[in-house]
Design a protein around this ligand. Structure first.
Ligand SMILES: NC(=O)C1=CN([C@@H]2O[C@H](COP(=O)(O)OP(=O)(O)OC[C@H]3O[C@@H](n4cnc5c(N)ncnc54)[C@H](OP(=O)(O)O)[C@@H]3O)[C@@H](O)[C@H]2O)[C@H](O)CC1
Ligand SMILES: [K+]
Length: 503
């Protein structure tokens, strides 16, 4: 699902009105009706006090339509106009009059702190104060009102955007903005719904298709795409029955050091569970019996050193090398990594200590094969490209870094972001239970397992991240977040592939 900017959505709005021969009032009615239906579905005529705070623009207009429709369905609704300006949008005015024809309980006006209404923790608050038209931080009493609403502890549903949240920048420390329990947003999600600094203001999210012009939505260019099942499914390559393990490549996982052999085991098993034809590992001698016992399906080559990697003489021509997990940072290992880079042409996946070695020896970057994949978590990223002021600057820095070195970068997080070929793919599977030891090793193995099967680095990263998340969701469903361990993600890869095609 593409992610558009506020300006692009406004353009879509205007185009839709023209092409479909409707008025903006009819489009507002259509959009707001979808919200009313979602509310009605969940409330089931519950006798709950609904308090709708309406701005004076079209977000407010939505709120007025929702109020009228909920009143017509018999709900107990009270409307407050947040009178932060004397301008009124056309559609606000039209719906203000329509609301007054529907009820004798006319909207109350809020003009300053003195007008703030009582809000009970059991109330259901609808935030229709600002949407994508927000163009400056909330000032004075408007900011106070938003803070007051948050402090009420009432359930807050935000329409289109939590008020005070910009669609194109993170809020300043002092900014006031609605902290919604739920956001119903129109047509496409906004980038700020997925950034670490802003996603918590959104709460649970549902995107409502308000029928904006399809041609515009499919032809309009954007660098950001949300990856759900539909997008992941299009990347999947079915298997021919007439095939053999050679068709699915031979991955080589290189890593491990004394006491950290488990990470290599997790990556190797994940690559096999993802469908790699053959997987070999190159590890220090201390890991030999462990690997051969724990995973008979994998082959093992050992370094001459007992405890760490000192000379990676693998004598193979692997489809893909996955390097770094558990490798440690001994100078001899760094030297061995450098020699490995210099003799490898095919894209490599570099994770964990491999990333830290590059961070501490940036000259290694020039030896990285093109289209190689880096899979940092935020801390490893900071060591690699330096710090950033906010999530937008972070995205710009990663974009610049990946394009200048022709790399793919997987930035792990509650929404993992995949950067490649100038685009940003935002993963929409996974859960907090996956923040557990070894989860990153498993992800690296999954991605390497896909590259081994001739997926491009970028496709393997996008599909691999999605499947990793789906597998984790299946585990969390059956075992809870707390009990999820990374080996479960490996074991549930089959169910993840099946889930890709379940409707
Ligand atoms: N296609 C769609 O997505 C549809 C969206 N709809 C809804 O329309 C809003 C966007 O409505 P808009 O009128 O453009 O803007 P807002 O309602 O968000 O804001 C109203 C005006 O408020 C002023 N403003 C902005 N920031 C502040 C601030 N910090 N303090 C005070 N006032 C502020 C600004 O006007 P100015 O003249 O002051 O600049 C805004 O214009 C969208 O979010 C949806 O809810 C349609 O209903 C259906 C289609
Ligand atoms: K809003």
């Amino acid at each position: 699902m593409k992610i558009f900017s506020a300006a692009q959505l406004k353009k879509a709005d205007e185009l839709t009105i023209k092409i479909q021969g409707i008025t903006s009032t009819q489009l507002m009615e259509r959009a707001a009706s979808l919200v009313t239906n979602e509310i009605d579905k969940r409330l089931q005529n519950a006798d709950i006090a609904i308090k709708i705070f309406c701005g004076i623009g079209n977000n407010g207009g939505d709120g007025l339509v929702i109020a009228r429709q909920l009143i017509e369905k018999g709900y107990r609704v009270k409307v407050f106009v947040v009178n932060y300006s004397d301008n009124r949008s056309q559609d606000f005015l039209i719906n203000y009059d329509r609301l007054k024809e529907t009820t004798n309980d006319w909207p109350e006006y809020i003009k300053d702190e003195g007008d703030f209404p009582e809000i009970d923790p059991n109330d259901f608050v609808i935030d229709a104060i600002f949407g994508i038209g927000l163009n400056r931080p909330l000032e004075g009493w408007i900011g106070e009102l938003v803070t007051y609403i948050n402090q009420s502890k009432a359930f807050i549903l935000a329409i289109d955007m939590p008020s005070g949240l910009f669609s194109d920048r993170v809020p300043a420390e002092k900014d006031c903005l609605i902290s919604a329990n739920f956001t119903l947003s129109f047509q496409t999600p906004k980038l700020v719904f997925f950034l670490p600094q802003t996603m918590d203001y959104v709460g649970d999210l549902q995107v409502l298709d308000i029928g904006l012009d399809r041609d515009f939505l499919s032809s309009e260019k954007t660098n950001y795409e949300l990856i759900n099942k539909h997008e992941a499914r299009t990347l999947y390559k079915p298997r021919k029955s007439n095939s053999h393990k050679g068709n699915y490549g031979h991955a080589l996982v290189i890593g491990g050091s004394y006491g950290k052999i488990g990470s290599v085991l997790l990556s190797t098993k994940a690559a096999l569970r993802t469908g790699a034809g053959l997987v070999s590992t190159f590890i220090p001698k201390c890991g030999y019996n462990i690997l051969q016992t724990a995973l008979p399906e994998a082959m093992v080559i050992t370094d001459k050193n007992e405890e760490k990697l000192t000379n990676i003489d693998h004598r193979m021509d692997p489809s893909v090398i996955c390097f770094g997990m558990g490798a440690g940072k001994d100078p001899k290992t760094v030297e061995a990594f450098k020699e490995l880079l210099q003799k490898t042409e095919k894209p490599m996946l570099i994770d964990a200590d491999g990333l830290n070695m590059i961070s501490e020896n940036q000259e290694l970057l020039e030896f990285l094969p093109k289209k190689s994949l880096l899979t940092p978590h935020p801390k490893e990223l900071q060591r690699l490209i330096g710090d950033w002021n906010d999530d937008f600057e972070k995205i710009e820095k990663v974009q610049e870094f990946t394009q200048s070195h022709d790399l793919v970068l997987v930035l792990k997080g509650s929404h993992t972001f995949v950067f490649g070929e100038g685009h940003v793919y935002i993963n929409n599977s996974g859960n907090p239970g996956m923040a557990t030891a070894g989860s990153g090793d498993v992800l690296s193995g999954i991605i390497a397992g896909l590259i081994s099967q001739q997926y491009s680095s970028l496709a393997a990263a996008i599909l691999g991240v999605y499947l990793h998340g789906i597998s984790g969701d299946i585990v969390a469903e059956n075992r809870s977040y707390q009990a999820l361990i990374s080996g479960d993600i490996v074991e549930n890869m089959g169910a993840a592939f099946q889930a890709l095609f379940a409707d």
